[in-house]
Structure formats: structure tokens, C-alpha cells
Design a protein around this ligand. Structure first.
Ligand code: CMC
Length: 454
């Protein structure tokens, strides 16, 4: 398996000079195989007694990685060097999983073996169904996912030793195989329908669709066009280098936490509307807009600094050009709508017109704000038959392999250290404890302005 060439050794002339107070420091500049160089500040505190300050990690490389590369200016996304467009066109999700995990596309035998192993791990411990029954029926499925994926560590003790490579392999297969089963169970639970067991003769996406949409009283035939669309959606979401949820998984894993707990932390982070929750939020926004005539009102709101509203499915920390996944997602949306539903879906029309107007607007042009993957994914997932609160769950299923691949890369890295950022402290300076009798009476401003719920 080729892992690609990396050269992080700084060359003779590759130094950055930094003056801190009256000291001049020479810092190494590290080179990757693609993308910007990185100034190595690991010894900065030891050498100069200062930290770097980078809220939101906008200029910080938190690790070295060989998995995924993004060029945000060009709108380029590569998994292990392969362009996302080629993988989504010619590949399938399981071979993409193999690629992300092991560094290369599988041979026929490797593929067959991997598929066999994933397929044979899709069932979950029967006791897990009792665990589900503790939730309210109207619980958000992401709330259930955070809990049940974390709970896998209570069911599969024999794959929680992170220092044992064999157990890491078993955990990898279990997580990738069982997350769709748990997601389908969360959906079925919300409907009050019986859980549907996985079927080993179906591919990954078809099996998931069947577990979601079949009922025991009749046969269910998976539509191959829709299953292929879902498989491609999974490929598009499979990894995205050091995004918030992947960084969360790495940080959780850096302490030595077991892989099931780490993936649960990734799911929790993904849930937020600025990250994976944006697909649900984008569809709700399009439904709220409803007709093309109302688009200008929403664009004006998005531009208004005093209004917290943002165009959901627009903008990205890394892409300052069209998100390549959004283009493919738009094609998939058209294919799915042509197969089921309405190719002239009014929401697709609202989305297209909104995109068109925003891309001509100075505010969006200046800031490099383009549609991201979530802009068209909600329309597509809805047409596939999923309710809005399942959208982020589908993202979580697909991203699970990315989280696992990064977790494995981190655990195997001999340079691994617990992730422990520092801070710029701006709180009170040293002061002495004040006894209650000397603190006076009445409520402070902070308490006055708090909206206590009772
Ligand atoms: N609508 C209106 N203005 C925006 C938007 C938007 N969607 N996104 C960014 N801006 C403005 C922002 O107000 C700021 O303006 P100014 O410079 O005048 O203060 C400027 O653009 C830069 O924004 P930022 O918040 O500093 O950028 P960021 O890199 O911290 O945030 C983002 C990236 C994705 C969180 C943000 O663009 C956003 O909130 N988008 C909407 C949510 C969304 O679609 N998220 C899905 C991301 S892709 C899938 C995933 O990775 O999960």
C-alpha cells in the first residue's frame, strides 16, 4: 500500500525568522507533498516563553496527515491523491472506505475480503435494542446516535485496547459496519416500527435503505438508481481532512480513549448547524423561503450584520471557490428527482435561483462564499425519502470512515501526544478569597440579566 511521499524535514534554507520582544528565533519551515508549508512552532514556548494565538485554528496545522487534501482556492478535493469527481463517478463507497483506511484502492481480492468482513459485522448485540427503548420516541436521531455509538464500548470490550493492532482492526470493521444499522434503528424507533435486521446479500447503501424503509409485512425492493445515488452521497461525505468533527475525534483519541467513545464525540460535534447540521438547516431555509420572489429578502438578511441569519449551505472555512462536492451533489439531486418526485421541484428552483443571485452579489463575491455540499444535499435526501432530522445522521454514517481513518493514523503515529492547547488568559489577576459576610447583599448585574427559566 503506497502511503505517498511526505517530506517534513526542513531544508537548510527553510527557516522562518521570528522576533519576540528582543529575541530573534529561527523556526523550521515544514513541507508537505501539496499545499502550504507550515512553520514549526512546537518549541516556541520552550524557546521564547510565548504561545501562538489562533482562535478557530484558521492558520494552524494540528497534525501531519496523508489521507485527504483540499485546495480551497482551486476547489479541489483528493482522497489519498484521487480526485473526488473520479471516485464519485467510477468508485463505490466501500472501496472508498478501503482507500481512506489503507492508503490505496483495493485489488479484487482485497476488495472482496473487506466487503465480506464489513458485511459480516453489520448486526448489533441484541441487548442494544433494549438500550434504544430508554429513549423518548421523539428524540432527535443524532441524540440517539451520540449515545448508542458511545455505548458500543460497553458491548464490545474485546476491541477497545487501542495499543493492540488486531483490536484496532476489529473496532474499525465493527464501527463502519454497525453505524448504519444503529442509524436505521434510530429511524425505525422514531416511527414506532420494528427494527429491520441487516441483509448480507445487499451492498452497503441498499442494505441501509432496506433497514430504513422495509417493514416485516411485505417485500421491499431497493431501487438501484436511488441506492447508487446514496452510495455516491456517502463517497462525497466520507472525509474532509481536519474539519471540526474529525479534529474532535483526534483530540478525544489523543488521550487514549477507546475508538467507540471517540467516534461518539465526532457525532456530537457534527450535529452543530455550522457543520453537519447545515444540511437539515439548509432544507428548512429553502422551505421557509418557499418561492423565488422571497429570495432577495433572505439575501438581505444574510448580509445584515445585525441579523444572525446566514445562508445555510453557503460558505466554507477552506473553500473560497465552488465546493467540488456541491457540483456533484447538484447532479445527484437532478438524477434522484428525475427518478422519484418532481424534476421541477419548486425547492430545486428556489435553490438554483438563490445560488444564482448570491453568486452575483458583491457581499458573497468579496468573501468567497459559494454553495457547499449541504446546499443541495437536503433536497436530494428528502427525495430519497428521508425526513429532515435524519439528514445529519446520513452525514455521520458516511463520515464515520473518515473519523476512523484519522483516529488510526493518529494512534499509529510515533509522535503522538495528548492534544492540549494553551490559552491567552484575560480573566482576573490573583486575588484573595472574600468571606460571604463581606460580599454585601443584593443581586449582581450578571444575575439580573440572566433569563432564569424559573
Ligand atoms: N451567509 C452569510 N454570510 C456568511 C456566510 C453565510 N452562510 N458564511 C460566512 N459569511 C460571512 C461572515 O459573516 C463573515 O463576514 P464578515 O467578514 O463581514 O464578518 C465572512 O463571511 C467570513 O465568515 P466566517 O464565519 O469568519 O467564516 P468561517 O470560516 O469561520 O465559517 C462556516 C465557515 C461554514 C461556518 C460559515 O460559512 C457558515 O456558517 N456557513 C453556513 C453553515 C454551513 O453551510 N455549514 C456547512 C459547512 S460545509 C459542511 C461541513 O463541513 O460540515
Amino acid at each position: 500500500m503506497s502511503e505517498g511521499k511526505t517530506d517534513t524535514g526542513a531544508g537548510k534554507d527553510d527557516k522562518a525568522l521570528l522576533r519576540v520582544h528582543d529575541r530573534e528565533l529561527e523556526l523550521n519551515v515544514l513541507h508537505g507533498t501539496m499545499g502550504p508549508d507550515a512553520v514549526d512552532v512546537r518549541n516556541l514556548y520552550r524557546q521564547a516563553g510565548v504561545f501562538t494565538f489562533d482562535v478557530g485554528f484558521t492558520s494552524t496545522a494540528s497534525c501531519e496527515s496523508k489521507i485527504t487534501f483540499i485546495d480551497g482556492e482551486k476547489g479541489m478535493l483528493l482522497y489519498r491523491g484521487y480526485p473526488i469527481e473520479q471516485l464519485a463517478r467510477y468508485g463505490d463507497y466501500l472501496e472508498t472506505c478501503y482507500l481512506l483506511l489503507y492508503g490505496d484502492l483495493p485489488t479484487q481480492d482485497e476488495r472482496a475480503r473487506f466487503e465480506h468482513e464489513i458485511t459480516r459485522h453489520t448486526m448489533v448485540h441484541e441487548q442494544i435494542s433494549s438500550f434504544f427503548r430508554g429513549f423518548r420516541r421523539d428524540a432527535h436521531p443524532m441524540a440517539i446516535m451520540v449515545a448508542v455509538v458511545g455505548a458500543l464500548s460497553a458491548f464490545y470490550h474485546d476491541s477497545t485496547d487501542i495499543n493492540d493492532p488486531y483490536q484496532r482492526e476489529v473496532a474499525t470493521r465493527r464501527i463502519i459496519a454497525k453505524v448504519p444499522t444503529l442509524a436505521a434503528m434510530a429511524y425505525k424507533y422514531s416511527l414506532g416500527q420494528p427494527f429491520i435486521y441487516p441483509r448480507n446479500d445487499l451492498d452497503y447503501a441498499s442494505n441501509f435503505m432496506r433497514m430504513c424503509f422495509a417493514v416485516p409485512t411485505e417485500d421491499y425492493h431497493v431501487n438501484p438508481i436511488l441506492a447508487r445515488a446514496l452510495d455516491r452521497i456517502f463517497i462525497l461525505h466520507a472525509d474532509h481532512e481536519q474539519n471540526a468533527s474529525t479534529s474532535t475525534v483526534r483530540l478525544a483519541g489523543s488521550s487514549g480513549a477507546n475508538p467507540f467513545a471517540c467516534i461518539a464525540s465526532g457525532i456530537a460535534c457534527l450535529w452543530g448547524p455550522a457543520h453537519g447540521g447545515a444540511n437539515e438547516a439548509a432544507l428548512k431555509m429553502l422551505m421557509e423561503i418557499g418561492t423565488p420572489e422571497r429570495i432577495p429578502e433572505y439575501i438581505a438578511r444574510a448580509k445584515d450584520r445585525n441579523d444572525p441569519f446566514r445562508l445555510m449551505g453557503f460558505g466554507h472555512r477552506v473553500y473560497k471557490n465552488y465546493d467540488p462536492r456541491a457540483r456533484i451533489m447538484q447532479q445527484i439531486a437532478q438524477e434522484v428527482l428525475a427518478e422519484v418526485g418532481d424534476p421541477n421541484d419548486p425547492l430545486l428552483e428556489v435553490a438554483r435561483r438563490l445560488e444564482e443571485m448570491a453568486l452575483k452579489d458583491e457581499y458573497f463575491i468579496e468573501r468567497g462564499l459559494y454553495p457547499n455540499i449541504d446546499f443541495y444535499s437536503g433536497i436530494t435526501l428528502r427525495a430519497l425519502g428521508f425526513p429532515t432530522d435524519m439528514f445529519t445522521v446520513l452525514f455521520a454514517i458516511a463520515r464515520t470512515v473518515g473519523w476512523v481513518a484519522h483516529w488510526r493514523e493518529m494512534i499509529a503515529d510515533p509522535q503522538r501526544k495528548i492534544g492540549r492547547p494553551r490559552q491567552l488568559y484575560t480573566g482576573p489577576t490573583l486575588r484573595d478569597y472574600v468571606p460571604m459576610t463581606e460580599r454585601g447583599t443584593g443581586l449582581s448585574d450578571a444575575v439580573h440579566h440572566r433569563n432564569d427559566p424559573c
